[in-house]
Design a protein around this ligand. Structure first.
Ligand SMILES: Cc1ncc(COP(=O)(O)O)c(C=O)c1O
Length: 486
């Protein structure tokens, strides 16, 4: 028979830690039993538990319980211990009392797409194919870290100092003014976004339209007013609209993705970056640069981004999750002397630290030179996949279809004629085992692009071929059907 849970009495407060005698103990328990009918029928703490808690002998507790039984307040049941007597109106402790649930904001949930769902092919994934990620080398680093005495016992809330040094030196090599003291290691770059959101004083944020949707959602969930700065994946930024909106809205922060924007794959030109830096000075806003795509750039020369061109007031975030392993969940935020304190406090109140063991593994991975070797490998591999994807599109897509050529990163944007209904296309493709993701929620209001993102970093050549053939066939079918109706 399952043991009934025992109730807890407040026994310590009246004697302030001093030893109790049997009489005092009986009096305290009696008072508490008599004060609340809900205790009727409930089990008392076992003798050994109470003896341990109060630092008394089991004998003292047993004697007190026997006395309570003699007074008719307590009953003993064979082997099950002592119970509060049930009295005339037996009533057991009611564990089913329900408290009301908290009220939450009404936020619609954008479904998490399982990347390997039912063997379907995820054509819009922004992930790099785990089959080309360095799992064995990472395992070796894990083994090395887990070997004592390498196992870290404590964490640094800002992040492992040696890891921050490594990251800072990599960023300095790319022309950025960053010290290890400016860096906070985060749980993916998503946490970097979260820290900035929490610490932000001015609650107006501008971001790309379309924007990285979980960034946009994060701001909005935190009561921040957001507005969109339109990007056409083929033509880039609309400078006149940008300037007008920035002047009008006076944001405290503008959040931008320098390279291979999610969802449309766009990368800013140097002259666009220069205009953004200029507007930041003119309209006095801070910048948060999301550089997630930087090391996915093929022929890996770095063009200067916002931090490099705008100085160290630009907050910079990047991540290892896409390039090393999604489940590693490590990213970082680079601040400066002035902004590091509130951001660090935002991290401490949110998660205190990221697991130091994982930080140590990543440090080892960088320190052994594995990261650089791996980057060279995935850049080559992604180039092959990218070119293969472009040649499949040229071969199979009908004339009217356009796509961007980002030259690196994980995604390109496929633009379709308005008469192709994206929802219908998505459903039809799903029936054929191809998953595409629409980006409606990434836009501010009605989408000004009509298409979806295609991720070539995630799929093998065979999977990409199957996906593109089925997609183009379905698009043609829809174009013809629609065309006949007109
Ligand atoms: C543009 C962009 N920024 C940030 C993130 C957050 O990624 P993570 O937390 O894995 O670093 C993502 C995730 O897909 C993204 O697409």
């Amino acid at each position: 028979m399952e043991r009934q849970p025992y109730i807890r009495f407040n026994l310590g407060s009246e004697n302030s830690g001093r030893s109790l005698n049997v009489e005092q103990l009986v009096s305290i328990i009696r008072k508490q039993i008599q004060s609340d009918n809900n205790f009727q029928g409930c089990r008392l703490p076992p003798v050994r538990v109470l003896a341990h808690q109060l630092g008394l002998s089991k004998n003292t507790i047993q004697t007190a319980y026997d006395e309570l039984r003699a007074q008719g307040l307590v009953e003993s049941k064979d082997r099950s211990g002592f119970f509060v007597a049930e009295g005339e109106k037996p009533r057991t402790f009611d564990f089913t009392d329900k408290v009301p649930g908290p009220e939450f904001k009404n936020i619609s949930y954008i479904g998490y797409v399982n990347q390997k769902q039912n063997k379907a092919i995820s054509l819009s994934s922004v992930f790099v194919d785990p089959r080309i990620l360095p799992k064995e080398k990472l395992s070796a680093c894990f083994r090395s870290v887990l070997k004592s005495p390498g196992l870290p016992e404590f964490h640094d809330p800002q992040g492992m100092p040696a890891l921050r040094e490594k990251i800072a030196s990599r960023l300095q090599d790319r022309g950025m003014d960053v010290e290890a003291d400016h860096i906070i290691i985060t749980n993916g770059s998503q946490q970097a976004l979260d820290l900035v959101t929490r610490a932000l004083a001015t609650k107006v944020v501008g971001t790309e339209d379309p924007s990285y949707h979980l960034g946009k959602y994060l701001f909005e969930m935190n009561g921040i007013e957001t507005f969109g700065l339109p990007i056409d994946p083929f033509k880039g930024i609309d400078a006149i609209t940008w300037e007008r909106r920035l002047a009008e809205k006076r944001p405290g922060l503008v959040y931008l993705t320098t390279s291979f924007q999610n969802p449309n794959g766009y990368s800013y030109s140097s002259s666009e970056i220069s205009s953004i830096v200029h507007w930041a000075k003119e309209f006095k806003f801070g910048i948060l640069e999301d550089d997630w795509g930087a090391e996915m750039l093929s022929y890996s020369e770095f063009k200067p981004g916002l931090r490099a061109m705008g100085g160290n007031n630009v907050l910079y975030m990047n991540s290892f999750t896409k390039k090393v392993l999604p489940s590693l969940r490590l990213g970082y935020l680079a601040a400066n002397d002035k902004t590091i304190e509130p951001l660090l406090m935002a991290k401490r109140v949110s998660t205190i630290a990221v697991p130091a063991i994982i930080e140590a593994v990543l440090f080892e991975f960088l320190d052994r030179g594995y990261y650089d070797t791996h980057l060279r490998y995935i850049q080559e591999e992604l180039d092959i996949r990218y070119e293969h994807c472009l040649s499949l599109l040229r071969e199979h897509m009908p004339e009217e279809i356009k796509w961007t050529s980002p030259g690196g990163g994980p995604v390109l944007w496929l633009e379709l004629p308005k008469r192709v209904n994206l929802e219908t296309l998505m459903e039809k493709l799903k029936d054929q085992g191809i998953l595409i993701q629409l980006s409606n929620h990434a836009f501010f209001g009605r989408p000004h692009s009509h298409g979806f993102k295609m991720g070539y970093a995630f799929l093998s050549q065979a999977e990409m071929e199957e996906a593109i053939i089925k997609t183009s066939r379905e698009i043609k079918r829809q174009m013809n059907v629609q065309g006949n109706c007109i």
